[in-house]
Design a protein around this ligand. Structure first.
Ligand code: COA
Length: 154
């Protein structure tokens, strides 16, 4: 299969935080952010594989910064490494300053997706060819993460 670059799967979703999506402190509810990240990552995995994809695991989530009500939130997802049928997807979350448009990194997460056929059976995906320094760094880190998770039986 012909390798693909992370740019080919990169998915950007921008949306705002509404009152129904917040916790008691008027910040974005964690589960809502997980869902937004899952959607963006699913699209990225689908763009890389051009197959149906399912979330296999959420490997790492860091809620570093609260995201207040009314914030403009951008979720960016791209495949960081592809294996035989699974893909690691790296997700960055940014919030945008209302007045000057400056973006601040709020959160990040790493999800694993598996490409499946119409019956739900795992199916092969193209390899990933990282280009930028950051993409190469995430690609190398992904293998270490996979090896660690294999140590736990996966
Ligand atoms: C993910 C799923 C397709 C894997 O099916 P399976 O028959 O266990 O697949 P295999 O053991 O052959 O593994 C297939 C690939 O998935 C990976 N994988 C399976 N479970 C995984 C997990 N929990 N975390 C990370 N990777 C996983 C394997 O490492 C393998 O990767 P590789 O082919 O790139 O080496 C299956 O478990 C499934 O459908 N799960 C439900 C998914 C779902 O509904 N998600 C939404 C949750 S609400």
């Amino acid at each position: 299969m012909t390798p693909k670059t992370p740019s080919e799967s990169r998915t950007t979703m921008t949306d705002m935080v509404l009152p129904s999506e917040t916790n008691a402190l008027q910040n974005l509810f964690g589960g809502e952010l997980l869902a937004r990240m899952d959607r963006a990552a699913s699209i990225a995995a689908g763009r890389h594989s051009r197959r149906i994809t399912v979330t296999a695991s959420v490997n790492h989530v860091a809620f570093n910064l609260a995201v207040p009500l009314g914030s403009v939130v951008t979720v960016e997802a791209a495949v960081s490494r592809a294996y035989t049928t699974s893909m690691e997807v790296y997700i960055d979350v940014w919030i945008e300053d209302r007045y000057n448009g400056k973006r601040t990194k709020a959160n990040e997460a790493i999800y694993t997706f598996v490409a499946v056929d119409e019956t739900g059976k795992p199916t092969e995906v193209p390899p990933l060819k990282p280009e930028s320094d950051l993409e190469k760094e995430r690609y190398a880190g992904a293998l270490r993460r996979k090896q660690l998770s294999l140590g736990t039986g996966r």
